[in-house]
Design a protein around this ligand. Structure first.
Ligand code: SF4
Length: 225
């Protein structure tokens, strides 16, 4: 079915997040939807919101091989708690191939290439199997996300849906409290945005703060560009 993104975005803007998630099934086959999650700081809320409407939806997790042990445990805890249909995506390039190409610290020598191999390529591959990629990114998180729409086609021609694009960090927090959902265990140690271990350090601001990710000009892995 052809979908007019402008019209649909106008409608989605008028709805609360849960109704946006329900509404999307009028325009896309619900068996062709997938949701991605990094199992980061506040991921459990968004996962709960989507999977209570689509319990069987595949949850795509990029198993880069560089995650904190705490993230993998949190992933397993949330998966069990919510009964998620989890799919761990492994990169096609082995770590020994990557180290041989970029040295022992690919996240330092060439983080863009490291993200491409470990995140973007595996996601691109599996998204060939789906019509719509649902993501929990929010406008307030980075400058790149400020002008996104609820429904958009990205530079890799993937159709993406961002149902909580307009949520503030307080709304995310309130949702977690309302449903008594867990937060990532490293949050209480001061980590506000949690990705791969070598590219994550303590942030310096509020709950939307991504200053602890990568450093320098890089604040996106490339997935959401
Ligand atoms: S976030 Fe860091 S370790 Fe993870 S894939 Fe990107 S560069 Fe590599």
């Amino acid at each position: 079915m052809s979908v007019n993104h402008n019209q649909l975005n106008g409608m989605l803007d008028l709805l609360p997040a849960e109704q946006r998630v329900t509404k999307i099934a009028e325009h896309f086959n619900s068996s062709r939807l997938a949701i991605s999650s990094s199992f980061g700081t506040f991921s459990a809320g968004f996962l709960h919101l989507v999977t209570k409407i689509y319990p069987e939806i595949p949850v795509l997790f990029l198993d880069t091989g560089f995650h904190f042990e705490e993230t993998l445990k949190f992933r397993d805890e949330v998966t069990e708690l919510l009964g998620l249909n989890l799919i761990n995506l492994k990169p096609a390039v082995s770590k020994s191939q990557l180290f041989s190409e970029l040295g022992a610290e690919p996240f330092k020598s060439n983080p863009d290439r490291c993200c491409q191999v470990n995140k973007v390529d595996p996601m691109d591959l599996i998204l060939n199997d789906y019509d719509l990629w649902i993501s929990g990114i929010r406008s307030s998180q980075t400058s790149n996300r400020t002008n996104l729409s609820y429904l958009t086609t990205n530079i890799r021609n993937q159709t993406k849906f961002h149902p909580i694009l307009d949520w503030t960090s307080k709304q995310v927090w309130d949702y977690l409290q309302e449903y008594e959902l867990p937060v990532h265990p490293l949050f209480e140690k001061g980590f506000t945005s949690i990705g791969c271990e070598p590219c994550t350090s303590l942030g310096s601001g509020d709950a939307d703060d991504r200053s602890g990710r990568w450093g320098g000009d890089k604040n996106e892995c490339g997935l959401h560009l």
